[in-house]
Design a protein around this ligand. Structure first.
Ligand SMILES: Nc1ncnc2c1ncn2[C@@H]1O[C@H](COP(=O)(O)OP(=O)(O)OP(=O)(O)O)[C@@H](O)[C@H]1O
Length: 376
């Protein structure tokens, strides 16, 4: 059950501070996880760290909090170097995926825990706990023990506890992954509203791209411990800097092509040996216009059935499978030796022959071996 919504009116000066990461190297024993990573986060900015499992998101977040030592490089909060500072004096609050609440304590005791550790007096703790409980809509439940709370309520206690110490930086490690879908979506908006209200610099670790895009000012896509792209949600979704980002953001269709430049146009030879020519400017080619082997990438929602014959890319194939996704059917279409995905509101039967069209604006062109890092 949802509680009173989190309060969203601005009441005090922004808390957030800027974070600078310079040439950061992190790892465990003989494993290097993060290599030479640099990043500037503005005061009050919300950054999402997005990437596949094992790419180093949590390691980076834990290093910011002070739980993973810095091997090389610097972590600066405004101009203060925190690289070798113990966690409790960094002024960063971390909210863990498991919430890490004390089950034998009440909601109020959990919220006040960090303040008590920092030596705050009883009156201050009482006042601050009441303030924080009201902020996250748990004012009525402060005397409850943790096991008697729902997942969403526990999540709010963890958030209130993190915020109680007035942290300039809030670190969120997959904070919503234990919640069911409906509450998760509501909490995304509530955390974002609260973060903006308090002006907190916030770093969120997630592997959910919708969560990253709906909450963050900028998204950092990590690939094997390196930044594959930094950009606004719109930039990383529509203008992927390399094929890794394109694939990660859902452009799972990759068509091998052979590219030839012809004055202001590009001739692309498709796998079936047909040739399409497109104006150079029509294609998103962030790694430069390749000649020779390349790949054209697009999302399944950009491919549509029964296309206009003037469409940039026209492909013929056979439906081999489909799945209902709620608002659309995703079809797997066999095109020669390739399998591509295409969405449509109407289901096409398995075995039917179809024609697919993709507009030039939905196509990204990368060299055959694109994986490089880029910022934007
Ligand atoms: N305490 C540790 N000791 C040794 N290796 C570790 C430790 N913690 C993580 N690793 C390794 O470091 C790499 C990065 O792990 P990390 O948890 O940062 O990834 P992640 O991107 O957060 O992944 P996930 O999305 O699965 O949580 C992985 O290969 C992982 O196995």
């Amino acid at each position: 059950m949802l509680q009173t919504p989190i309060a969203t009116t601005q009441t005090r000066a922004p808390l957030g501070k800027a974070i600078t990461l310079r040439g950061l190297h992190l790892g465990y024993d003989r494993t290097d996880v993060i290599a030479d990573l640099s990043l500037e986060v503005r005061a009050g900015e919300f950054i999402a760290l997005l990437g596949a499992s094992g790419c180093g998101k949590t390691t980076l977040l834990r290093a910011l909090a002070g739980f993973v030592p810095v091997r090389q490089g610097q972590i600066l909060l405004d101009d203060r170097d925190l690289s070798r500072t113990p966690p409790e004096t960094r002024g960063m609050a971390m909210m863990f995926q498991s919430y890490a609440l004390w089950p034998h304590m009440t909601v109020a005791q959990n919220i006040g825990y960090g303040l008590k550790l920092r030596g705050a007096g009883r009156a201050e703790i009482t006042r601050r706990v009441a303030e924080m409980a009201a902020l996250v809509g748990l004012g009525e439940l402060t005397a409850r023990k943790i096991p008697a709370l729902s997942g969403g309520q526990k999540q709010r206690v963890a958030l209130a506890r993190a915020l109680a110490i007035d942290p300039p930086v809030l670190l969120l490690d997959e904070p919503l992954s234990n919640l069911d879908a409906g509450i998760r979506v509501a909490m995304r908006h509530e955390i974002r509203a609260l973060q903006q209200r308090l002006g907190l610099t916030t770093i969120l670790v997630t592997h959910d791209r919708e969560e990253a895009m709906s909450m963050a000012d900028r998204v950092v896509i990590l690939n094997k411990g390196q930044i594959a792209q930094i950009g606004t949600p719109e930039q990383i979704y529509h203008r992927p800097a390399n094929s890794y980002v394109a694939r990660f953001m859902g452009a799972t269709n990759a068509l091998p092509v052979e590219v030839r430049a012809e004055a202001a146009r590009l001739a692309l030879t498709l796998p079936d040996a047909s040739v399409v020519t497109l104006p150079r400017a029509a294609l998103h080619a962030p790694e430069g216009l390749p000649t020779g082997p390349a790949q054209v990438m697009f999302r399944s929602d950009a491919a549509h059935f029964d296309p206009d014959p003037a469409e940039a890319l026209l492909l013929r194939g056979k439906v081999v499978q489909h799945a209902y996704l709620g608002s659309t059917y995703r079809h797997e279409v066999e095109i020669g030796a390739l399998r591509l995905m295409a969405d449509a509101s109407q289901k096409r039967p398995v075995g039917s022959f179809v024609e697919l069209g993709v507009p030039a604006t939905a196509l990204s062109l990368f060299p055959a071996r694109s994986q490089t890092a880029a910022t934007g």
